[in-house]
Design a protein around this ligand. Structure first.
Ligand SMILES: [Cu+2]
Length: 821
């Protein structure tokens, strides 16, 4: 098929709900198809040279060292009216977010791209994909400020065009969204059809339908993944989500999560901050730096071409299998809030910074020099109990850090925040001290100011005091489970890298691909379901929208589990779980050679993917070698031998600045990373008898856990998981009303549910009055109980019934009688 025909078929595709009937081609078939790939390969004479791209249009990289540094001010979100500030958007009101192509000056002013081509407001702009919030388009997106307890309604409208696909090459041999179902034809050519997107609120405690999972994508012309969801009322190119905002105040962010193209959609610019505010945060005394002194920063690495456009290397290491996928993207330019190496003018006082690492694969180890520390006050999921001073701040892709930096003693000075994290982390190459070794420059004004904000260095400085301290699943000092925390299940799961002849072919969780299918015979591999003589089945089929995926992590709402991540690869991976915030238990090194001997010995041998394996030989993507649900000698499910005999040294408790709520944790190579995960609202006490969400966590295609190196995530390092809902007591409501009333005089009723949010409510009344026109809905609220007023026009007896309904369908009601004279 010619390129123009591909484009044409994309534009003329009828608007209908389409299922993702993806069938992954096995590797043997890939090799048979190698002839088809010849055209693509011919364009890529230097197969492993990632310095040149792209396949579709000639691009020449513009060296990061030629970009001017510390010329432009950091774009800042915050209160309206400040210098260089874009106001944040209030999440208490409905928000429309339009995804659209946009041109923006990302490169530093004055950078000379070519003779006579000098970057400025109208020259050398970068074409990005931006989330336009209520009419303001920017990369990164304008920050949303939500309030705990008040849901945020967001309508995401996909108005993207495939314009950036000529720079960001879609590899159709990955298991990806595939809106045109091209995979059946094994296209080795880049995709140029309608753009699939889905937005994930990272770190959000949200129902599965609005989690923005990888199969919930949709396109501008109304094609949809099999897990697509929208509240009623969205157009065909849109999805309407309601986020409940039930968790504690923290730094969330939202970004694209479409299957197999997340790395490209995020690279294009689809990322933004989402703050949740609550009383816990405002109770900090003295108050945390706020207003112009609270600044969020998204840090990303990029490569540009000589025209100022995104440059994403697209020469696959194993081109006959994946022509365009590269294992990790590392850029030679640092972009903060959509600007290369900006500066920030600050006063000699304390600032609160919210950092997110929005890079594809690069870790950062930030440093402010020997005289200045980061005071970390919050982790992914909320405030720490007390500030923690760190000289170097490690931030993996997907992680956030809430920090205070105190510039008080640095009036008139200039400070550069540097980076020393190797890439890949932790054993790759050092960053270039002149480019990727630098992030941002702080220019401290010489004029002294008074600063009454929270001082993290003060003796006894506390962020959360009893009874609002972090609910502890883990004793962070000992690295053991906290008192009264008993895991109902313990899992040991591996991280595996599958090597091809020229480099990694894919990276996988527990030796299992996303679908839970075995590679092997076409068209559909045998499902990963094994039943042992005892009747214990292995992976469980979940069919959503006609597509079956095999799940292995099926958890019970309200329970706590320990997950031990056994990293068998050479790199660190930031492991991210959706829905939950968890706590790091500890990390412990193990002897990889010894463990692999025990691990490999359990593989049964046989022919997979056209290759004959002897018993005791590792089989790529086979799944764990043993039945997943049969516990090993250590009591761990997951289908792997216990790592205990191979453990080395002692378990290391979390670093003090990791000892809070985390949704993304660094799993180092040759270490077991242990986390305690409770599938319940993070702020409920350990002994709370009602450990369930105010929404039904079961539905859609559930949730996912994955590596947040998004190049890995896009090539199989992601698994679905499902939450089995708890049996929940029905909600109750009390209606209070006066016993009597008077015709033509307003009567006020009050309705008080036993909990909120997550409930809907309505009031029905019967009587002699025609005003009714009922039922009237109300928003159940325990803090400010709803009042409903009505004015009867006829005398008589009125019966008023208030009903509340939870998201699982349970109802409770209460009735009052009013005699109107
Ligand atoms: Cu990874």
């Amino acid at each position: 098929m010619k390129e123009d025909e591909i484009i044409e078929s994309g534009l003329t595709n009828s608007v209908e709900v389409r299922k993702n009937h993806f069938v992954r081609m096995d590797r043997r078939t890939f090799l048979k198809m190698a002839g088809v790939a010849a055209a693509a390969i011919a364009l890529n004479p230097k197969l492993v040279d990632t310095a040149t791209a792209s396949t579709l249009v000639p691009q020449v990289p513009f060296p990061g060292k030629n970009i001017l540094q510390y010329i432009d001010a950091l774009p800042v979100f915050g209160p309206a009216g400040g210098l260089n500030q874009i106001p944040r958007v209030n999440g208490n009101n409905p928000i429309t977010v339009t995804l659209k192509p946009f041109s923006q000056q990302v490169l530093s002013t004055g950078t000379i791209l070519a003779p006579g081509v000098i970057v400025g407001p109208a020259v050398g702009l970068t074409n990005v994909w931006a989330y336009d919030l209520n009419g303001i388009a920017n990369y990164p997106t304008v920050t949303i400020e939500a309030t705990k307890g008040t849901p945020t309604q967001v309508t995401y409208v996909n108005n993207l065009t495939p314009d950036l696909y000529k720079y960001l090459t879609v590899d159709q041999t990955l298991h990806w969204a595939d809106p045109l179902m091209n995979m059946q034809n094994m296209p080795m050519a880049p995709y140029q059809g309608p753009v699939p997107v889905v937005t994930h609120l990272h770190g959000g405690e949200v129902p599965p339908q609005v989690d923005g999972g990888p199969d919930a994508w949709w396109t501008p012309n109304g094609l949809q993944g099999h897990a697509y969801f929208s509240e009623p009322g969205a157009a065909l190119n849109a999805a309407k989500y309601i986020y409940p905002n039930v968790q504690e105040s923290t730094t969330l962010f939202f970004h694209d999560h479409a299957l197999g193209v997340t790395r490209l959609n995020v690279f294009a610019g689809l990322v933004g901050f989402y703050f949740i505010r609550d009383a816990l945060e405002t109770a900090v005394s003295p108050p945390l730096p706020a207003g112009p002194n609270e600044i969020e920063m998204a840090i990303q690495d990029r490569v540009f071409d000589t025209a100022g456009q995104w440059f994403f290397p697209d020469l696959g290491l194993n081109p006959t299998v994946h022509p365009f996928w590269i294992p990790e993207f590392f850029g030679d330019a640092i972009v903060v809030n959509g600007k290369t190496w900006p500066f920030l003018a600050v006063q000699p006082r304390r600032y609160r910074f919210r950092f997110v690492n929005g890079s594809n694969a690069r870790f950062y180890l930030f440093d402010l020099g020997p005289k200045l520390v980061f005071w970390q006050i919050g982790t992914d999921g909320g405030l720490l109990d007390a500030p923690v001073a760190v000289n170097q701040l490690l931030l993996a892709p997907g992680e956030r850090a809430d920090v205070i930096i105190d510039f008080t003693a640095f009036a008139g000075k200039t400070i550069i925040m540097t980076n020393s994290a190797k890439a890949p982390f932790p054993a790759g190459k050092n960053p270039d001290p002149k480019t990727t070794g630098q992030i941002i420059q702080f220019r401290v004004s010489p004029t002294l100011v008074t600063d009454g904000s929270f001082n993290p260095a003060a003796a006894g400085a506390t962020l959360r005091s009893l009874p609002n301290q972090i609910v502890r699943l883990v004793n962070p000092l000992t690295g053991t489970l906290a008192l009264n925390v008993t895991p109902t299940k313990k899992r040991q799961m591996t991280l595996n890298e599958v090597m091809g002849p020229l480099g990694p072919l894919e990276v996988i969780l527990n030796n299992t691909r996303w679908t839970g299918l075995w590679p092997g015979t076409a068209p559909m591999s045998p499902p990963r379901v094994r039943t042992l003589p005892g009747g214990i089945t292995d992976f469980s089929p979940f069919t959503v929208g006609g597509v079956t995926t095999y799940y292995s992590e099926i958890v019970q709402e309200g329970t706590t589990e320990v997950w031990e991540i056994i990293n068998l690869t050479r790199d660190a991976h930031p492991i991210h779980l959706h829905l939950v915030q968890f706590q790091l238990l500890n990390r412990q090194p193990f002897n990889k050679t010894q463990y692999l001997a025990a691990y490999n010995a359990l593989f049964p041998g046989g022919t997979f993917d056209g290759v004959l394996y002897a018993p005791g030989a590792y089989i790529p993507a086979y799944g764990p070698p043993s039945n997943y649900n049969v516990a090993n000698t250590g009591g761990y499910v997951g289908g792997n031998p216990d790592v205990l005999p191979a453990l080395q040294g002692t378990a290391v408790p979390p670093n003090p600045n990791e000892a809070g709520w985390k949704d993304t944790v660094v799993a180092y190579p040759r270490e077991v990373t242990r986390i305690a995960v409770r599938f319940a609202p993070l702020d409920k006490p350990i002994t709370d008898p009602n450990l369930y969400y105010p929404f039904n966590p079961n539905g859609g295609h559930g949730y996912v856990w994955h590596c947040h190196i998004i190049d890995h995530e896009d090539n199989e390092m992601m698994r679905p998981y499902s939450v089995t809902p708890a049996t929940v007591a029905a909600p109750t409501v009390v209606i209070t009303a006066p016993a009597t009333g008077t015709v033509n005089t307003a009567i006020t009723l009050t309705v008080t549910p036993n909990y909120a949010p997550g409930l809907t409510g309505n009031i029905v009344w019967s009587g002699a009055d025609p005003i009714t026109g009922l039922p009237i809905s109300f928003v159940p609220d325990i803090i400010n109980p709803d009042t409903v007023a009505f004015t009867p026009v006829n005398a008589g007896t009125y019966t008023i019934t208030a009903t509340v309904k939870d998201s699982r369908g349970n109802t409770g009601s209460s009735t009052a009688t009013i005699i109107v004279a």
